[in-house]
Design a protein around this ligand. Structure first.
Ligand SMILES: *Cc1c(COP(=O)(O)O)cnc(C)c1O
Length: 395
């Protein structure tokens, strides 16, 4: 059996998106900046997509900037707010300890340039407490950035409450909604955010395209200069086929959201319940306040990488929270932030489901994962020490 359970890394492109991509590339090949009719027709498609995306997010079309994806949107929001803040002598940025690297890395760069970055704790459930936010918002803060839903442990953050706290103190608020848009309801007006990041390939659109929502009047400077595209906020000839494909993918994701939410919650909870019966294992993140398709576990005494490779042999595409594969031995900052110690954090597994996953696949996962975990523990010196009482079980 083949099971794709890595939808949070990237989701398969929807058939409607593939069609829209091809048709737009074929029929609207003009450059939207060209004055001739061919360019103007392309421009009309672009503006139609902008209006449709804006409508879904609860924004005005002029508040939508098409970007190359979630990473670019995160970088642009953060750097725009930081530059503006610096001019007013406000050089503190508040964020959570579990943000995506597309938020954390630009903040590290800003730190080197003299900004102060305050990391909010998330507790063992993986959720920011608005009280902790209120406690650190002072005169020196120019921006607060807290993600809507976490990509590793799926936890959903109280962004509406946090946005309200920021608004009260005239502090800009950005939310990375990449894992949320197309999966749970997201409306910029309801949240009350100033900036919001979206990426198409997490909801069945193409890679390399996304959206930055920037509320009218907020500071916004281009990361990429060289042309007047996107009202001067993002130079470069627009990737119209990608934008058109993203738009239809988003519309389809929204229309199937109620059904998908129900189906994935059932499959998710079945997986969580089944995996919980593996001895010395634990669910990562809150059981209820999490994305419908997200299952994240730690298994004591094993390495997540070995688990992934053996699961791959059995046809299962999953992911691990640890960053070993990317050449570093540091475990995931998200798992450390929820209090998992290094050894335990290394034994993590993330399964992220999509509409194509079936009940049979869940049964298969619940058969192979316990087998593989037991097999790996048979070789593990850590597990032997635990069994012989030379080490204390943590989970
Ligand atoms: C995937 C992801 C990103 C990056 O989006 P890209 O379009 O791949 O650049 C940013 N934030 C979160 C939470 C993500 O899951």
């Amino acid at each position: 059996m083949f099971v794709y359970a890595d939808n949070a890394a990237t989701a398969k492109m929807r058939a409607c998106a593939l069609r829209a991509y091809e048709e737009t590339a074929k029929n609207f090949y003009g450059n939207p900046s060209s004055l001739h009719s061919c360019g103007q027709r392309a421009k009309e498609v672009l503006e139609d997509c902008r209006a449709r995306v804006a409508h879904i997010l609860g924004a005005q079309p002029r508040e939508i900037v098409f970007t190359s994806g979630g990473s670019e949107a995160d970088n642009q929001a953060i750097l725009s707010a930081a530059r503006f803040g610096a001019k007013k002598g406000k050089k503190t940025i508040v964020t959570s300890a579990i943000e995506h690297h597309a938020v954390l890395h630009p903040l590290e760069t800003l730190e080197k340039e003299g900004f102060r970055v305050v990391l909010l704790p998330v507790g063992e459930k993986g959720i920011v407490d608005p009280k902790d936010v209120a406690a650190v918002l002072d005169e020196s803060v120019c921006l607060c950035s807290v993600m809507l839903a976490n990509n590793e442990i799926g936890t959903i953050q109280p962004v509406k409450e946090i946005a309200a706290l920021c608004k009260e103190k005239h502090i800009l608020f950005h939310t990375d909604a990449v894992q949320a848009v197309g999966h749970i309801p997201v409306n910029v007006k309801e949240i009350g955010c100033d900036y919001l990041s979206v990426s198409a390939h997490k909801f069945g659109g193409p890679r390399g395209v996304g959206v930055l929502y920037a509320r009218t009047g907020v500071p916004l400077s281009p990361l990429i200069e060289g042309g007047a595209q996107e009202r001067g906020k993002r130079a470069g000839t627009e990737d119209l086929p990608a934008v058109a494909a993203m738009t239809v993918a988003l519309e389809e994701a929204i229309s199937e959201m109620p059904a998908a939410g129900k189906k994935l919650t059932v499959l998710r909870d079945e997986l969580i319940e089944g995996l919980s019966s593996i001895p010395h294992s634990a669910l990562n993140g809150d059981k209820e306040k999490r994305l419908p398709g997200n299952v994240s576990f730690c298994f004591e005494g094993i390495e997540g990488e070995s688990l992934l490779l053996l699961l791959d042999d059995k046809g299962v595409c999953a992911s691990s929270g640890s960053a070993c594969t990317s050449g570093s031995l540091d475990p995931s900052h998200v798992l450390l932030a929820i209090g998992r110690v290094h050894d335990v954090a290394h034994g993590s597994l993330r399964l992220t489901l999509g509409m194509e996953n079936t009940e049979e696949e869940i049964k298969y996962l619940l058969k192979v994962i316990p087998e593989v975990v037991e097999y790996l523990r048979g070789f593990s010196p850590v597990w032997r020490d635990l069994k012989e009482g030379k080490r204390q079980y943590i989970l």
